[in-house]
Design a protein. Structure first.
Lengths: 217, 258
């Protein structure tokens, strides 16, 4: 338990020491990282079986599972150590979601090659009922997404989708004819899964992404 | 004379019987109320949006109190205000308490806990075998007046509810359970604090954000249900980490129960 959290604690301290919170303050609606190191000390004293989401402020501690194009439900843990662009969408979305994917591709293309290799893109559907592995696979094919770097998946449950949306600051609701009303927002996660910045303007996230890459797990 | 006395006695017993579950006994949490569910459509939904079917569920009769939340934090110290992460709660988290583990003069033990984030409220309900109610569950419960399952067409009841929204917050919140219970035996859905729902993120007012997939104008279902509009507007302003001095919660449980 404690061992698993050590990297997160170290990353938190490193972020604070090296960046002094500058990264997050610069980005729009970022989470204040200065308060977080205090919080990680709580992890040591709390009961082992007590339910505590976000003990170290990491997306990877939420117990979230997503179903990817291979049809298997998996945790997001394998993204640890990578700077991640994370957002949500639904596959039958006519306009905003294709635009979102285009913007993410544009941001990727603008990155230097070594950083692009490190970055992972996580796109989670909040429509698990319709967005089967086959539907998600079609999205990947349609946009020519690189499966090594892009993780297109659906939330395992509706509650899981709500939880992820709350963390990423995304709002959505079911509308008529299988559509959803939703806001578009992308978050940058550091190697420990901590949100460094969130914005609806994808290209504006490049500096935060570079900073997140500088702090590995 | 004798008949009047008997009538008064019967009335007293009936009223006392109705109140007993709401009050509960010292140290014992009252059983949540069982509700049948039904059909629900948000006031801010577009006209063509499908109504939601709500299965039978149970709901706490009162908002969660400071004392109950303090007991939870003693079990799970990650939710102490000096330890909670910035992602899980903003700076107003449990700000009315005098210490991380002490309520103090501004937070009476039986007053509703406020200044709690959605993440904290979820964690509390999960630890008690429940969850936060959905907006549909909360609104269906709140539609009831003391006399009717759906009191929203009753102008007098509607005015009572509206009056609360017009009143400023008191400096310190009164105890839970003082409000008259509705037909389900639920108190304080109106008149004490705002309450979290699990899908607060489904409240979207068009014009909030520039890039809405779909967009278009909202066709309001019932423009007269103004309090519901107020609540939708309030929810649309929340984030998971938001806390306010008048936002509390109660828990829901699956199934109708006994």
């Amino acid at each position: 338990m404690t061992g698993r959290r050590l990297p997160a604690v170290a990353a938190t301290l490193a972020m604070t020491l090296f960046f002094g919170g500058r990264v997050a303050r610069r980005a729009s609606s970022a989470v204040d990282p200065n308060k977080s190191p205090v919080a990680t000390t709580g992890a040591a004293t709390r009961g082992d079986d007590a339910p505590s989401p976000l003990p170290a402020g990491s997306l990877y501690d939420l117990g979230l599972r997503v179903v990817g194009t291979d049809g298997r439900a998996r945790a997001l843990d394998d993204l640890r150590g990578h700077p991640v662009l994370a957002s949500m969408f639904f596959a039958s979305c006519p306009t905003a979601c294709p635009l979102l994917i285009n913007d993410l591709q544009r941001l990727e293309a603008a990155l230097p090659a070594d950083l692009r290799d490190q970055v992972r893109v996580l796109l989670v559907s909040f429509d698990p009922k319709r967005d089967s592995p086959a539907v998600l696979e079609a999205v990947v094919g349609q946009h020519g997404l690189d499966n090594r770097r892009w993780r297109v998946a659906a939330a395992e449950s509706e509650d899981g989708a709500r939880l992820l949306a709350a963390v990423l600051g995304i709002r959505y609701r079911a509308a008529a004819w299988g559509m959803f009303d939703h806001t578009v927002r992308v978050a940058v996660l550091d190697g420990a899964g901590r949100i460094q910045a969130r914005s609806g303007d994808v290209m504006a996230l490049a500096p935060a992404l570079r900073a997140a890459a500088a702090t590995r797990n | 004379m004798g008949r009047a006395l008997i009538t008064a006695l019967v009335f007293f017993i009936a009223v006392a019987g109705a109140w007993r579950p709401a009050l509960g006994r010292a140290g014992i949490r009252p059983e949540p109320a069982a509700l049948p569910g039904g059909r629900y459509q948000a006031v801010t939904a577009r006209k063509e949006a499908p109504a939601v079917t709500v299965a039978p569920y149970r709901l706490d009769r009162q908002p969660v109190t400071n004392a109950a939340f303090l007991a939870f934090i003693r079990e799970d110290s990650a939710w102490r205000r000096d330890r909670v992460t910035a992602l899980a709660a903003d700076g107003g988290y449990l700000a009315a308490w005098s210490e991380p583990l002490a309520l103090g003069p501004n937070a009476a033990p039986r007053a509703p806990v406020v200044g709690v984030s959605w993440f904290a409220a979820r964690a509390y309900c999960a630890a008690r075998g429940g969850r936060l109610p959905t907006e549909a569950e909360w609104e269906l419960a709140a539609a009831a007046s003391p006399r009717e399952r759906d009191g929203r067409r009753d102008p007098a009841w509607r005015q009572t509810v509206l009056d609360w929204y017009a009143r400023p917050n008191p400096a310190t919140l009164p105890d839970v359970g003082r409000g008259r219970p509705n037909v389900w035996g639920l108190s304080d859905l109106h008149g004490l604090v705002w309450e979290w729902v699990n899908d607060f993120g489904a409240s979207i007012l068009v014009g909030d954000e520039a890039r809405l997939c779909g967009g278009g104008a909202n066709g309001a279902i019932d423009p007269l249900d103004y309090p519901a509009f107020l609540r939708a507007a309030f929810r649309s302003s929340l984030e998971g980490r938001t806390t306010t001095p008048n936002l509390g919660f109660r828990c829901a449980y699956d199934g109708g129960g006994s």
